[in-house]
Design a protein around this ligand. Structure first.
Ligand SMILES: Cc1cc2nc3c(=O)[nH]c(=O)nc-3n(C[C@H](O)[C@H](O)[C@H](O)COP(=O)(O)OP(=O)(O)OC[C@H]3O[C@@H](n4cnc5c(N)ncnc54)[C@H](O)[C@@H]3O)c2cc1C
Length: 281
């Protein structure tokens, strides 16, 4: 199928993009999600605003923060030496997003704005306490990841706002990470996936982050599971309790990919696996 007719605007500045994002217009970044939706006529915008050439691509460490421009290609972020060194959980999570060809075109901003509940990047950014920079006609505002995702493909972005950047506080150098993902085929969207970061002092858990994709209408931060682990000696009993707490936090749906009960059960299994990957026995 071909897309319904639309007007095309190539934005040459952020101001121009924001100004053009009105009256049913939609931003086009890497097109890896939007183009299939246009072609399926699942979206019929009057205007497509091409933001892919805006000077918003780049990765840098600024003090204790990793700063990613929204137009940074997923593959560029994944292979960035800065990301790999400073936030290995993010670099590793990005390797799970589609195929290399998808990551070569898709952007970090596009993946976040698309807000697929099963997507890796929103969940891992939630685990990392990322902050999103959003530009509208009234100026720039900052939105914490925990307040950004509102529902399947729904975010705190207004229709005329552009996501311009992502800031990630650097985790401690001693943080160990683990990712466990269930998908039908390698590089398919996750049925369910769990992202963990663990800091130990001796064997005691002093910091832990657990986020789950594909188990609720939005990416989930498993706070109760983190609470179970924090301050405890890392071991099988506490691990099992945390895995159950993560599963209890889910609000999964039945769909063609998996029944809700399966996603819930797999959240427990994947939480255990991800934590074990972070801290092998
Ligand atoms: C074969 C295939 C496999 C895939 N597998 C996965 C997978 O395993 N995991 C996964 O997470 N994703 C997967 N995807 C989806 C895809 O990787 C991401 O959703 C995509 O990269 C989004 O980024 P984009 O730059 O292509 O966004 P686009 O497709 O251009 O845009 C997506 C949406 O975000 C909006 N948008 C884009 N940029 C901005 C911005 N800066 N500000 C405001 N709104 C914006 C657009 O208006 C649109 O609504 C897959 C896609 C394909 C085609």
């Amino acid at each position: 199928m071909k897309a319904a007719p639309f007007d095309y605007v190539r934005a040459s500045s952020v101001e121009m993009a924001v100004d053009a994002l009105r009256d049913g217009a939609v931003a086009l970044a890497g097109g890896q999600s939007l183009i299939p939706l246009l072609n399926a006529r699942a979206r019929r915008p009057a205007v497509v605003v091409d933001v892919s050439r805006l000077p918003l691509a780049g990765v840098e460490q600024v003090g204790s923060t990793l700063v990613l421009g929204a137009m940074t290609r997923l593959r560029a972020a994944e292979t960035s030496p800065v990301v790999r060194r400073a936030v290995p959980l993010l670099a590793e999570a990005l390797t799970h997003v589609g195929h290399v060809s998808v990551r070569n075109r898709g952007t970090v901003g596009g993946s976040v704005a698309h807000a697929d509940p099963a997507a890796e990047l929103p969940a891992v950014l939630l685990a990392l306490d990322a902050v999103f920079s959003v530009r509208g006609r009234g100026g720039t505002r900052e939105v914490d990841a925990r307040d950004f995702f509102r529902g399947p493909h729904r975010t705190a972005l207004a229709a005329d706002e552009l996501l311009t950047g992502i800031r990630v506080p650097l985790p401690p150098a001693t943080a160990r990470c683990g990712i466990a993902e269930l998908s039908r085929r390698p590089h398919d969207l996750a049925i369910t996936a769990v992202f963990t970061s663990v800091v130990l002092t001796g064997r005691v858990v002093t910091d832990v982050r657990i986020a789950v994709a594909g188990a609720a209408p939005v990416p989930l931060r498993a706070h109760a599971a983190e609470h179970v682990l924090r301050g405890e000696v890392f071991g099988p009993d506490v691990l099992a309790a945390a895995a159950e707490a993560a599963a209890d936090a889910t609000d999964p749906i039945d769909d063609v990919h998996a029944p809700a009960a399966y996603r819930r059960d797999m959240t427990a299994v994947l939480t255990r696996r991800a934590l074990r990957q972070a801290v092998p026995a």
